[in-house]
Design a protein around this ligand. Structure first.
Ligand code: SAH
Length: 356
């Protein structure tokens, strides 16, 4: 049996079965001298049943289970540690096969159960107020590693067979790791797998324009959240340096052209930094920027940290900003900070270990 199947551009030894789409798994099974049906069975075991051990795939012949186990893998991060916040939010520190660590967060009852997962180790975007950005990019995650977080968190929280939301809002910029992120999305939504409805998945991006344009062409896509944070190029250039490459106008044009489902909307995330981007003028400019876009705004009062050179505005300033949007007909919400006591809040994912 030849056990090397091309996966993306890499030849992986051994083959990671969990990063293959159903059609790829069927193809891999055939390459291995098995039937396509066997491929579907393996897909079902991994993604619908949440199994990460070939030995547990009891509908496969015992000998085949042993062969698969000896020659292939089902990538899954191992649990390094877990911190539970007073509000139930749980931060999982996960270890990858190469020893790198990433973080994934379980956020209960918002009102749904939500898993926030990572797409990269670190991040190259270097947003001025984000802790992960301080790490720089260490590496991309594979589709198998992205999905492995979901499988593991679903098992850990007892939600394998339940409905949950997924947000690609952990460490990393999903559109900077486009292939693996979208592959993970297709596997996660596959009806013969975990079958997460696409409308339950949100991809959050700082606005990597080529990725956004590519996403707009996808037959199946997640909800879109854009991390905007500023209303002028001058300000966005400093807060979100990717803006030096892809300007605000082009980003907004891409949003305007983005195909949305009926009643669908793009979420615009806006981190509020005290006295920096939280003035009434900023709010009014934001309203103007959003003209012609089916939008809603999610205000994120900064989660402060020692290494972040900004402050969180007072509740009064946050409310005044929100009121200006609301008065002008923009749907706005203020994100309640979950898991702050364990630094699992948005933008607070930074693995501080020697391994990274
Ligand atoms: N790279 C993607 C997804 C990860 S960050 C993106 O930029 O959208 C998820 C959200 O948390 C982004 O809107 C990000 O700007 C925000 N965020 C980062 N640091 C934060 C902080 N310290 N306080 C509040 N929100 C923060």
């Amino acid at each position: 049996m030849a056990f090397t199947v091309e996966q993306g551009s890499e030849l992986l030894h051994p083959l990671d079965f969990s990063g293959l789409e159903r059609s790829e798994l069927e193809h891999a099974a055939v390459t291995l001298g098995l039937s396509a049906f066997r491929g579907r069975q393996i897909f079902h075991w991994i993604h619908q049943r949440g199994v990460s051990d070939f030995a547990a795939m009891t509908s496969l012949p015992t000998e085949l289970r042993a062969t698969l186990g000896a020659r292939g893998t089902i990538t899954e991060p191992t649990l390094d540690s877990k911190q539970v916040s007073t509000d139930g939010t749980t931060k999982f520190l996960l270890k990858l096969a190469d020893g790198r660590r990433i973080e994934a967060v379980y956020i209960p009852d918002t009102p749904a159960q939500t898993f926030c997962i990572s797409t990269q180790v670190g991040c190259a975007m270097a947003c001025g107020f984000c802790l992960t950005g301080k790490m720089g990019l260490v590496r991309h995650l594979t589709a198998g590693e992205i999905i492995g977080q979901v499988r593991m968190l679903a098992r850990e929280t007892g939600l394998v067979a339940s409905a949950f939301n997924l947000v690609f809002m952990g460490m990393g910029e999903p559109l900077h790791n486009y292939e693996a992120t979208m592959k993970a999305f297709r596997i996660l939504t596959d009806k013969q797998g975990l079958a997460v409805p696409p409308r339950r998945i949100t991809l959050s991006t700082v606005g990597v324009l080529p990725g956004l344009e590519r996403l707009a062409e996808e037959p199946l896509m997640p909800n879109l959240a854009i991390s905007l944070h500023a209303t002028t190029d001058e300000q966005r250039d400093t807060l979100a340096p990717i803006n030096r490459k892809y300007k605000l106008k082009d980003l907004m044009d891409a949003c305007r052209a983005f195909p949305l489902p009926r009643r669908g909307r793009i979420t615009f995330e806006y981190v509020l930094l005290d006295q920096v981007n939280d003035t009434p003028d900023d709010a009014r400019r934001l309203v103007r920027l959003l003209e012609g876009i089916q939008a809603k705004v999610n205000l994120l009062p900064l989660n402060e940290a020692d290494r972040i050179p900004f402050a969180r505005p007072s509740d009064e300033r946050v409310n005044a900003f929100a009121a200006i949007l609301a008065e002008r007909g923009v749907t706005v919400s203020v994100r309640k900070s979950r898991g702050r006591d364990i630094r699992a809040a948005c933008g607070q994912l930074l693995v501080e270990t020697a391994a990274n």
